[in-house]
Design a protein around this ligand. Structure first.
Ligand SMILES: [Zn+2]
Ligand SMILES: [Zn+2]
Length: 206
């Protein structure tokens, strides 16, 4: 039965969440202003950041790997949003595979630690400073996140931290979408020049 008119047989479904069914494109369109608040993609593309031990057994020691996340994954409830990523307008959600414990230390994951830096202090929360282990990252808005996109964000954070150390007062104004976009364009071109052809597929702005 069509979710909107509740009269006709439903023959087409929302391609994003794949759970709402309609009789026609008209009904789907009419329902959208309500449905959009509930419509969650059935699956989204995220990225694993392997910890520094796990990288050793990856092909070429790679750090990032694509992963498909379904909407029941605990990352949606338990993922942490790094405040800096919210500040520049690409909010991420970061989820560690093993929760923090003082008894069982995970291997270091400085890439994840670096993503977690606070927008004001330039420091990660204490339980993210060390021994983070492997994490999964998605975009909070559900848009696909690629290893290349996440690499840009990581390098952007590295450049921020460098500035932070040299000129502490410069950090807050640098956390803008404008600066991020600018950084990503330059970084993408540099990676392509290095022969990393996969960066050609990176769509900007993030
Ligand atoms: Zn209908
Ligand atoms: Zn939907």
């Amino acid at each position: 039965m069509c979710k909107y008119c509740e009269m006709e047989a439903a023959t087409q479904r929302c391609s994003r969440c794949k759970t709402s069914w309609y009789c026609s494109a008209d009904c789907q369109l009419s329902d959208w202003s309500f449905h959009k608040t509930q419509c969650k993609p059935a699956q989204i593309q995220g990225v694993i950041i392997h910890d520094e031990e796990a990288r050793k057994s990856q092909p070429d020691g790679r750090i990032f790997e694509s992963i498909t996340i379904d909407k029941k994954h605990p990352i949606h409830k338990e993922g942490v949003i790094p405040s800096s990523t919210a500040a520049y307008g690409v909010p991420l959600m970061v989820y560690r595979l093993k929760p923090y414990s003082v008894h069982e230390l995970e291997p270091e994951n400085r890439v994840a630690t670096n993503l977690m830096v606070d927008k004001v202090w330039g420091m990660p929360p204490f339980d993210w400073e060390h021994y983070v282990g492997t994490v999964i990252v998605i975009r909070k808005d559900g848009s696909p996140l690629t290893p290349e996109g996440l690499e840009c964000l990581w390098k952007f954070h590295e450049s921020l931290l460098k500035t932070w150390n040299e000129r502490p007062n410069d950090i807050p104004p640098k956390l803008t979408k404008y600066n991020l976009d600018d950084f990503c364009r330059t970084y993408r071109l540099a990676r392509i020049r290095d022969g990393q052809e996969r960066f050609r597929g990176l769509e900007l702005p993030l």
